[in-house]
Design a protein around this ligand. Structure first.
Ligand code: URA
Length: 236
């Protein structure tokens, strides 16, 4: 059983104060009847709630996609540097949110945030080998040799052998643009893979995790909840 205001606000689309206002003004129904008491308690799994005429599809956990900007840490909290959780709008913040998988401070693009530890574990488990796609700009041109090295599996400078990966050259030249597809997530993996090939990464952006693709309408720093379809696709 939980308080009605908490139950609604926990879904990450409205702040607690906005929720209280909606409840007090009679815009919330529970099991077909208006409820004006924000402190009334209900079982979230069985009650039927509508907010401003729309049915509330209750989820115990939230799942958020963010287009991470550079200069922000991919952790929940940091005493000095802004984190991805700090960037979330107030309406999406809830306790225990964390990024499921890290990007470096200077890497941009898709980050999934959730408070569902089991789902994060499934996404990150190396044996699942979930495909992650990145766009990368490099400091020198690429050749067929580089693509072959990725396909064979690169051995990092410390002797770690990476799984076979894919390097697709999108634009070649002095600062080529390429897509990289990997199925693991080692520390600084892409930078270290290119380091072995004597190429420096000047810009890196994650564009997908499994079937969840970064929404092109999200500007850097913006977030939105995953759609039902995106959420389902994480449960392969
Ligand atoms: N590989 C890297 O080197 N950095 C990232 O942020 C992600 C993958």
């Amino acid at each position: 059983m939980q308080r009605l205001d908490k139950l609604i606000a926990s879904q990450g689309t409205r702040s607690r104060s906005e929720t209280v206002r909606l409840i007090r003004s009679g815009q919330v129904t529970v099991n077909g009847a208006v409820c004006r008491d924000p402190a009334a308690k209900y079982d979230a799994d069985t009650c039927r709630v509508t907010v401003a005429g729309e049915p509330l599809c209750y989820r115990q956990f939230v799942y958020i996609m963010m287009n991470k900007p550079a200069g922000v840490l991919c952790v929940s909290r940091d005493p000095k540097v802004r984190t991805v959780v700090d960037l979330l709008p107030e309406s999406m913040k809830r306790k225990n949110l964390f990024p499921a998988g890290r990007l470096d401070k200077d890497t941009v693009g898709l980050v999934l945030l959730t408070d569902d530890g089991d789902l994060a574990h499934r996404i990150l488990a190396p044996k699942r080998g979930i495909l992650k796609r990145y766009q990368v700009r490099l400091d020198a041109s690429l050749t067929e040799e580089h693509c072959r090295a990725f396909a064979e599996g690169i051995t990092l400078a410390d002797g770690t052998r990476c799984r076979p990966a894919k390097l697709i050259v999108l634009e070649n030249g002095e600062q080529p643009l390429a897509e990289v597809r990997i199925t693991e997530g080692r520390y600084h993996q892409i930078k270290r893979m290119f380091g072995v090939l004597d190429r420096g990464v000047v810009w890196l952006k994650r564009i997908s995790i499994g079937n969840v693709v970064l929404d092109p309408s999200l500007a850097e720093g913006e977030s939105r909840l995953l759609t039902d379809q995106e959420y389902e696709s994480l449960h392969f």
